[in-house]
Design a protein around this ligand. Structure first.
Ligand code: SF4
Length: 118
């Protein structure tokens, strides 16, 4: 990711910076001034807390970058996606990859068939 990172961007970033030596999510997010615990709920069962976090993400200027960052994270809400949402996105991407692979395989087989003059 090419987004610049700040050492202290507030809210969730300060929390993550204190516990991680890895890359941090993109700075400049709409959640910088919000209690970071909103994005790390105790339970991911749909709740008002998750709804509020997702509403904040929906208007965030770094939503796409944060979502990309979050796809590598186990916990927390990033880019408007909970861990369960990210798992479903990965599953959908895997289904699409397999479908494309299957389609490519069929197309290759067809062209091979025509190339052989059959
Ligand atoms: S998308 Fe959400 S979690 Fe990510 S920076 Fe923006 S407000 Fe924060």
């Amino acid at each position: 990711m090419s987004t610049p990172y700040l050492e202290s961007a507030g809210g969730m970033w300060d929390l993550l910076a204190s516990v991680s030596t890895e890359d941090l999510p993109p700075a400049g997010g709409a959640c910088a001034e919000v209690d970071p615990e909103l994005f790390f709920p105790v339970s991911y069962v749909p709740s008002h807390q998750i709804t509020t976090a997702k509403q904040i993400c929906a208007g965030c200027p770094v939503l796409a970058e944060c979502r990309e960052y979050g796809m590598g994270q186990f916990d927390g809400i990033f880019g408007g996606l909970t861990p369960g949402d990210r798992r479903r996105v990965r599953q959908q991407q895997e289904r699409e990859r397999r479908e494309l692979e299957r389609h490519t395989s069929i197309t290759t087989t067809d062209s091979d068939h025509f190339a052989m003059g059959a």
